[in-house]
Design a protein around this ligand. Structure first.
Ligand SMILES: Cc1cc2nc3c(=O)[nH]c(=O)nc-3n(C[C@H](O)[C@H](O)[C@H](O)COP(=O)(O)OP(=O)(O)OC[C@H]3O[C@@H](n4cnc5c(N)ncnc54)[C@H](O)[C@@H]3O)c2cc1C
Length: 299
């Protein structure tokens, strides 16, 4: 077992002038350099000796990392350096992507959120990352700068395992982008933690629902479960049930059961696998009912 480090080990702080320089530096120092945004995950891992980092490459002054922008035709762009409190109070997020603000608001405390970023939450690739479900449900894509220039990485295929992503040597994410929101969409994030603030999720359930003429039921639900699989888990069976048959109380119960069957949690200090499975069923049902009631109220 690794001993906790009483202090931060020494490191060099690097502030590249542009993205090309940043990608080049990261590639030239593989295994010893990391992108540094809020640092809320990074410093803890360095202090505890879990990460051996010689260079922290600060991306907060690089082009495209600092703004939140919304365009009705293009959707929402959140720069990689934008902290969670800015996301939560953004009128564009509140009006068009309130589920994202709701999820971000469950992360730790106000103080931590002045540092922590949405993109950091995604790149850290914890299965418990509170904002990952909302980002997947809204169809998010990362804009990545690498050795070959820019590319887009859809979040649907980004997460490969705990702490593992589709990022390559020299990559730095500059922003996360979301398409325009579905008309009349309603979302709900329920986080079960050991206390009301400051703890990672034992289980997190993200639900986004909206009318959709292309499905048999006339509605589409995105259901993303956190802390119950090696990666944020889209419950494809639960989603299919609610797309392919009329949305009734019975169908919602069936979908919640399918979500429970889809997940594969582990036992850890925050909860047993069995407890997590049952909580997935109960919380998914609760979130679906709430979303469904609000959709009906609006129509
Ligand atoms: C006390 C405490 C409480 C916490 N509570 C919660 C909680 O309730 N819920 C939750 O989800 N998380 C929680 N966290 C974890 C953490 O705050 C979040 O994951 C946060 O969003 C990370 O963002 P950051 O900007 O600080 O990332 P950083 O620490 O800067 O980076 C995290 C990782 O992502 C990489 N990275 C960051 N940005 C980029 C980029 N632009 N391009 C490429 N790689 C990048 C870094 O190199 C590093 O590997 C907590 C942490 C602490 C210390």
């Amino acid at each position: 077992m690794q001993m906790a480090h009483p202090n931060l080990p020494d490191f060099d702080y690097i502030r590249p002038d542009n993205l090309v320089e940043a990608s080049q530096f990261l590639a030239n120092h593989a295994g010893e350099a990391r992108v540094f945004m809020g640092g809320t995950d990074t410093f803890v891992r360095m202090r505890d000796g879990a990460w051996n980092v010689k260079y922290l490459v600060d991306g907060k002054a690089l082009e495209g990392t600092n703004q939140i922008q919304f365009d009705p035709a293009e959707g929402l762009t959140i720069g990689a350096a934008v902290n969670m409190n800015r996301v939560i109070v953004s009128p564009d997020v509140k009006n068009h992507y309130p589920l994202l603000a709701e999820a971000a608001h469950t992360v730790a405390s106000y103080q931590l959120r002045t540092r922590a970023t949405i993109v950091g939450n995604l790149c850290n690739a914890s299965p418990a990352g509170d904002t990952t479900g909302a980002c997947i449900a809204f169809g998010g894509t990362l804009q990545v700068h690498g050795l070959d220039g820019f590319r887009m990485e859809p979040l649907s295929a980004f997460f490969k395992g705990p702490g593992k992503t589709g990022l390559r040597l020299g990559d730095i994410v500059t922003a996360v982008k979301f398409p325009p929101p579905q008309k009349d969409s309603v979302g709900k994030y329920i986080k079960l933690g050991r206390n009301s603030i400051g703890d990672l999720a034992i289980v997190g359930t993200t639900v986004l629902g909206y009318p959709d003429n292309s499905s048999v039921s006339g509605y589409r639900f995105r259901i993303v479960l956190l802390s119950v699989a090696p990666v944020p888990l889209v419950s494809v069976h639960a989603e299919a049930i609610l797309a392919n048959k009329p949305v009734t109380l019975k169908a919602i119960e069936e979908a919640a059961q399918a979500a429970m069957d889809d997940c594969s949690p582990i036992d850890d200090i925050r909860g047993s696998a069995r407890y997590r499975k049952y909580m997935v069923r109960n919380l998914t049902q609760k979130a679906l009912l709430e979303v469904w009631q609000q959709i009906n109220k609006a129509n």
